[in-house]
Write a new protein. Structure first.
Length: 331
C-alpha cells in the first residue's frame, strides 16, 4: 500500500484535549465517522475514508468467522473470542473452556506470553512465583477460538497465524463480507494474528452489521453475529474487565463497544448508530469519551447518561493527587 493512502496529520482533526488548571496541555487529533441507523454517514471528521489497521476492533469479525467455521460459541465463550480481556482468573477459566472444546491445552496458543492486564491478578501471580504466559495475554480467547476452528475443520494448528492458512482466508472473507470493502493491506497484529487495513467508514459499516444483526435472520452469518452481540451486551465484564472502559460503557449504557490498540475505537448504540474513530497518536485515553460524545451528538444515547459514566472512565487530570482538569472531547 502506498504510504500516501494513509491519513496524515494535515488531514486529521482535533478530537480531544487534555486540560489542566484551565490550560490545554495536550491535544489528540485523528479521524472519526458516524453512521446513522440506516447506515448513511451522518458525520465525518478528518479522513475516515483512509485505511487504518483496526487492531482489536477486528475481533468481532474474527469471532463470527470462527462460528461460521463450525465452532459452537455461546455466552462468555463467545465474548472471550472477541475480547481484549484483563486476564483475571474468570477470564482465563473461560479461555481454558474454549480450548477444551478442541481437546487443546494452552501450549497450543500462538500469542505471546504476557502478564494479566488486571493489576490484582498480576500481583497474585507474582506472589505465587509465576511469570507471564500466553493464556494471560489479552488476545488469548481469540487465539483459543481460532485453534478450535482448526481442529473442527481438520486444518493444521501449528500454522494457524499464517495469512495463507485456510482459517485466515476464511476470516478475511468474513471481514470483507461485513465491511463491503476489499482489504487494503495485511499486517501482523501485536498478538501475531493477521490484521487487515480498512477505512474507518468500512469498519463502522461492518460493526454496525454485527451490532444490528437479528437472531431471526434467515442467514447463519447474521444469526452468529446476533449471538455474539447479545453475549457481549449481557457479559460486559468478559469483553474487557471490571471497571475498565469497554465494560463500563457496555454495562452502564448498553452500547456495544470495542477498543483497538493504537487509538482505535468502535461503538454501536442500541438504535444502530455506529462510531469508528482513530487517534493519530495511537493513544486510547480519549477514545471512549469521544466515541460517546459523538453518539450523544447524534441523539443515539442520552447525554446525561454519558455524563454520569464519565467519572468511571479515568478521565481526570490530577495535580497533587486531586482533580485539576480532565480529558474531554473537543472536535
Amino acid at each position: 500500500m502506498n504510504s500516501s493512502a494513509v491519513f496524515t496529520g494535515e488531514e486529521a482533526v482535533e478530537l480531544a484535549v487534555v486540560e489542566r488548571s484551565g490550560f490545554v496541555e495536550s491535544r489528540h487529533v485523528g479521524s472519526a465517522v458516524v453512521l446513522g441507523p440506516d447506515g448513511a454517514v451522518v458525520r465525518s471528521l478528518g479522513a475516515p475514508e483512509r485505511p487504518v489497521f483496526p487492531r482489536s476492533t477486528m475481533k468481532p469479525f474474527q469471532a463470527v468467522a470462527v462460528m461460521g467455521a463450525g465452532v459452537a460459541l455461546e455466552g462468555t465463550s463467545a465474548v472471550l473470542a472477541t475480547a481484549s480481556h484483563a486476564g483475571t482468573p474468570a477470564h482465563v477459566s473461560v479461555v481454558r473452556t474454549i480450548l477444551a472444546q478442541g481437546g487443546l491445552t494452552e501450549d497450543a496458543l500462538g500469542c505471546p506470553a504476557d502478564w494479566p492486564g488486571d493489576s490484582a491478578s498480576r500481583d497474585e501471580l507474582v506472589r505465587a512465583g509465576e511469570g507471564p504466559r500466553p493464556i494471560y495475554m489479552n488476545c488469548s480467547g481469540k487465539h483459543a477460538a481460532m485453534l478450535v476452528a482448526c481442529r473442527t475443520n481438520g486444518w493444521p494448528t501449528e500454522s494457524y497465524l499464517d495469512p495463507q492458512h485456510p482459517l485466515q482466508h476464511h476470516i478475511r472473507d468474513t471481514v470483507e463480507r461485513f465491511t463491503g470493502e476489499k482489504v487494503a493491506v495485511t499486517g501482523v497484529d501485536g498478538c501475531g494474528a493477521p490484521v487487515f487495513a480498512l477505512p474507518l467508514t468500512a469498519l463502522a459499516r461492518g460493526i454496525q452489521r454485527i451490532a444490528t444483526a437479528s437472531d431471526g435472520s434467515p442467514f447463519q452469518l447474521f444469526r452468529n453475529a446476533a449471538l455474539l452481540k447479545n453475549a457481549v451486551l449481557a457479559n460486559g465484564w468478559a469483553l474487557d474487565g471490571p471497571g475498565r472502559a469497554n465494560t463500563v460503557v457496555i454495562d452502564e449504557l448498553h452500547v456495544f463497544a470495542k477498543l483497538g490498540a493504537e487509538g482505535v475505537m468502535v461503538m454501536a448504540a442500541p438504535d444502530g448508530t455506529t462510531v469508528a474513530l482513530k487517534m493519530l497518536d495511537g493513544s486510547l485515553r480519549a477514545a471512549s469519551v469521544v466515541g460517546l460524545s459523538l453518539l450523544a451528538d447524534a441523539g443515539a444515547i442520552d447525554r446525561a447518561a454519558v455524563e454520569a459514566v464519565l467519572p468511571e472512565l479515568d478521565l481526570a487530570v490530577l495535580g497533587g493527587g486531586q482533580p485539576v482538569g480532565a480529558i474531554r472531547a473537543a472536535y
